[in-house]
Design a protein around this ligand. Structure first.
Ligand code: SF4
Length: 600
């Protein structure tokens, strides 16, 4: 097998043979494989072998652009150690790759229209240059197996469109790395695969960090319309001489006002499709799109495409929720949200040659199989952590809670006191994750009193550079606490090997029990009889395990994972913890922490 390393890690061989067998038997696979098992090489080696023998292409899907690096490095290593010449291409968002200036200001809808218009009018020099045969022959060897950032730099220096060139490179690539939406968004898939001359039926789809897939797919299909968008659209229509769309905008405004008449501030209610008269939604959407083209000639953004998109999707019923909310006195939002990600996976799963979904937090596998709509005969594999058990101490502290009904100043003070005592006892850096920034800040004022070392705060809106700067400072501090939100930018995807000695997870990052959550619970209750688990509890536990996963990144790391909330010890939540964790439930964790670190 084309395996790039001398040593196979514990459980990696089992994972590879599971993939080999599943591919041979044409079965799909779901894999829970904790950090350190070597998932990327473990999945690529058997998949490449099979793809070469059966003339297939591998689509390696990642949820973040930075995750592409490890795939590139693995393929490079295979080529170096095995003497192969495997070709790999990475594609990121078209807007991110675009060589035109200032496109980052555009919404994705507007960017699509903008790029389309430039191509139709033959007005994009980068694109026109990229089509020339002689240019293709010249650039291809230069961008071969180059990561997207490098490919973009090379293409820009030659006045070429990086996206077009990477699509060209993908034609002959064995492995194509991209975001989920290149495969799961039908329009993007059809356009991209068509240009690459690839077909789903000849593709092996590997979905990395697949625990992110349900939420990402829901987002792809969710839309919203607000009264502010409509009033902005009216102004645009007036300014650009598009009065013909005014009656449609007036009608939409009237309908929105009518259905929200009795709502009070911050109140929300479920809406039935028939409550709104939107008979010609698709025709209106077409008109808005035509008007949007005129607006986009002059400026880079228009709200008209967003409204058109909302209208085109409005007919969708099954697996969707419709919720109307009066956010403030003068803001009305009509949300048409997707509940069921299986609506998007169906076509892909029906057509693809093989699908392998993997993650370090894909438990319970049955839930992911159900929620994502995997076929009944999907093979499910669960592997334990390959790191020594003695390097990890897992504690549940059951004497506080962040339950909404029990939140008050006394509770915040108590949480601050116990988490500070734990962080003080941990001989090094600790990350502390809260269900929200609001709760973090409520606890912070007390925590500052009790914690004896430096405190770093993750901010909700932060640039990549600011984030890196904060992390660098934190890493350089001998002993410190980093306080963030469970779903914030440090809760997942930050790799800090050897940095953290402890992670404290305060409370459960449960979704607000609003109408949307209630609809999700109801939907999964009707579909699988598991609404509470699938719609509420388990997604929160996955987030907590992702947070906990920040601590031990290599076999040499030693650290403590502490779950601070009584609910973690309740059977419904406790049963979701990984089976191979030796968990101590205690109200006196300090002695255990001291003892654990004294053991050396
Ligand atoms: S063709 Fe390429 S360079 Fe031109 S606008 Fe589109 S993405 Fe940008």
């Amino acid at each position: 097998m084309l395996f790039p390393y001398n040593k196979i890690r514990p459980f990696q061989a089992e994972m590879m043979s599971a993939i080999e067998n599943a591919l041979k038997e044409r079965k799909f696979l779901l894999i829970h494989a904790p950090t350190g098992l070597g998932k990327t090489a473990g999945a690529l080696a058997p998949a490449i072998e099979y793809a070469l023998a059966n003339k297939k292409t591998i689509f390696f899907l990642t949820s973040r652009h930075t995750q592409q690096n490890v795939v590139f490095e693995t393929v490079k290593k295979i080529n170096e150690t095995q003497g192969t010449d495997l070709q790999v291409t990475g594609i990121i968002g078209k807007r991110q790759m675009c060589a035109q200036p200032n496109v980052e200001q555009l919404s994705s809808n507007d960017f699509t229209e903008y790029c389309k218009a430039l191509i139709t009018d033959k007005a994009c020099t980068f694109y026109e240059n990229s089509k020339k045969k002689v240019v293709k022959e010249f650039i291809e060897p230069q961008v071969r197996n180059k990561k997207p950032d490098e490919l973009i730099r090379i293409c820009k220096s030659h006045y070429l469109c990086p996206y077009e060139i990477s699509i060209q490179a993908a034609k002959s690539a064995l492995i194509i790395i991209s975001d989920y939406y290149y495969i799961f968004n039908k329009h993007i898939r059809n356009a991209a695969l068509g240009k690459m001359k690839k077909e789903l039926k000849d593709s092996i789809i590997i979905i990395d960090e697949a625990h992110n897939l349900p939420q990402r797919l829901r987002k792809l299909l969710s839309r919203q319309l607000t009264n502010k968008m409509l009033s902005f659209a009216r102004k645009e229509a007036q300014k650009y001489g598009q009065e013909k769309i005014m009656p449609a905008l007036d009608k939409l405004t009237e309908e929105l006002n009518k259905i929200s008449e009795k709502l009070n501030k911050e109140e929300e209610r479920i809406i039935k499709k028939r409550e709104i008269e939107l008979k010609d939604a698709e025709d209106i959407a077409d008109e808005l799109e035509e008007a949007a083209k005129i607006v986009l000639v002059d400026k880079k953004r228009t709200v008209l495409n967003t409204i058109a998109n909302f209208l085109k999707n409005w007919k969708e019923d099954e697996g969707y929720s419709r919720i109307l909310k009066k956010e403030t006195d003068d803001t009305i939002i009509l949300k048409h949200n997707c509940i069921d990600p299986a609506l998007l996976t169906k076509e892909v799963f029906d057509e693809a040659h093989a699908v392998i979904a993997m993650s370090g937090t894909l438990q319970p596998l049955d839930m992911y199989a159900d929620v994502l709509g995997f076929p009944k005969d999907t093979v499910k594999k669960e592997y334990p952590s390959p790191f020594p058990d003695k390097n990890k101490l897992v504690i549940i502290f059951p004497r506080t809670t962040t339950k909404f009904s029990k939140r008050d100043e006394k509770q915040y003070d108590n949480i601050a006191k116990v988490t500070a005592a734990m962080a003080n006892a941990i001989p090094g850096k600790t990350a502390i994750f809260f269900p929200s920034y609001h709760l973090r800040d409520s606890v912070l004022k007390y925590f500052e009193e009790y914690y004896e070392n430096s405190i770093y705060l993750e901010q909700s809106k932060t640039t990549k550079e600011e984030k890196e700067k904060l992390l660098e400072k934190f890493k350089k501090t001998k002993k410190a606490a980093l306080l963030g939100a469970a779903t914030g930018s440090f809760g997942e995807g930050i790799d800090m090997p050897g940095v953290l000695k402890g992670v404290i997870i305060v409370g459960l990052p449960l979704q607000k029990p609003d109408l949307e959550t209630q609809q999700k619970i109801q939907y999964y209750d009707d579909k699988f009889g598991k609404g509470w688990d699938y719609g509420y509890v388990l997604p929160a536990m996955t987030t907590s395990f992702q947070n906990a996963g920040r601590c031990i990144r290599t076999e040499k790391d030693k650290g403590v994972l502490i779950f601070v909330d009584e609910r973690f010890s309740w059977p419904n939540y406790f049963k979701t913890f990984p089976k191979d964790w030796n968990i101590k439930i205690t109200g006196n964790p300090i002695g255990l922490i001291d003892e654990f670190f004294q053991e050396g």
